[in-house]
Write a protein that binds this ligand. Structure first.
Ligand code: FNR
Length: 189
């Protein structure tokens, strides 16, 4: 079987190293995984006032999640936490109450930063949020990618062999996790 994995890039930067990482993961994924980006940049800042009538951009966003078997969060760390734009997207996805798009949707978390701990604090917080949103989360492999100049080229080629194999293994494990979860949980779509 093949699985559609929607990925979020937690950065809105035009030169995002996390977007490069997402491109690398797309290249390294096993053939059973089809990766598609779910864009977050056009979502307004969420308010409960929208719950009665979600705007088209948010409906499209929630439908894009519904169309995927699993989700992958590729994110930077901002001030030792989840970037606001990504948290905003998760808040949109989780509502209106009773229509949580993340429920039962298997997910993985990964990120890169030039800082030595490679987004570990942001990922830790993101894991807590995703658990609350009832998304079955891959516990292991963890992946804190310490970005150094040239590690991933603009078109997503990983130049360091051990990092490349580590990321390939991450995607192999993510695939196995998705298979396990979808074997025991009903698909929500
Ligand atoms: C950062 N950066 C950063 N890095 C880190 O490892 N821990 C942190 O807490 C922060 N905090 C932070 C806050 C803000 C507002 C910015 C703009 C940046 C640096 C960050 O890792 C670096 O800019 C990356 O390039 C961001 O990832 P993208 O946007 O290139 O994918």
């Amino acid at each position: 079987a093949s699985y559609k994995v929607g990925y979020f890039v937690g950065s809105l930067s035009s030169t995002s190293i996390n977007r490069r990482l997402a491109q690398a993961l797309t290249r390294l994924a096993p053939p059973e995984l089809q990766l598609v980006e779910i864009p977050i940049k056009d979502l307004p800042v969420y308010s409960q006032d929208y719950d009665a009538d979600y705007p088209p951009v948010a409906r499209t966003f929630k439908q894009a999640i519904a169309d995927c078997d699993a989700l992958l969060f590729v994110t930077p760390e901002f001030n030792r936490s989840i970037p606001g734009g990504l948290k905003n997207a998760i808040d949109w996805a989780s509502r209106p109450w009773g229509q949580n798009s993340l429920a039962h949707k298997p997910s993985g978390v990964i990120g890169t930063s030039p800082g030595a701990i490679g987004t570990a604090v942001a990922q830790s917080q993101l894991r807590g949020v995703l658990c609350y949103c009832n998304s079955p989360l891959m516990n292991t492999v963890e992946a804190y990618i310490h970005f150094k100049e040239g590690l991933i080229t603009a078109d997503g080629e990983v130049t360091n062999e051990s990092t490349r194999e580590f990321l390939r293994n991450y995607m192999t494990e993510l695939h196995a996790f998705i298979v396990r979860v979808l074997t025991v949980l009903p698909r929500t779509t």
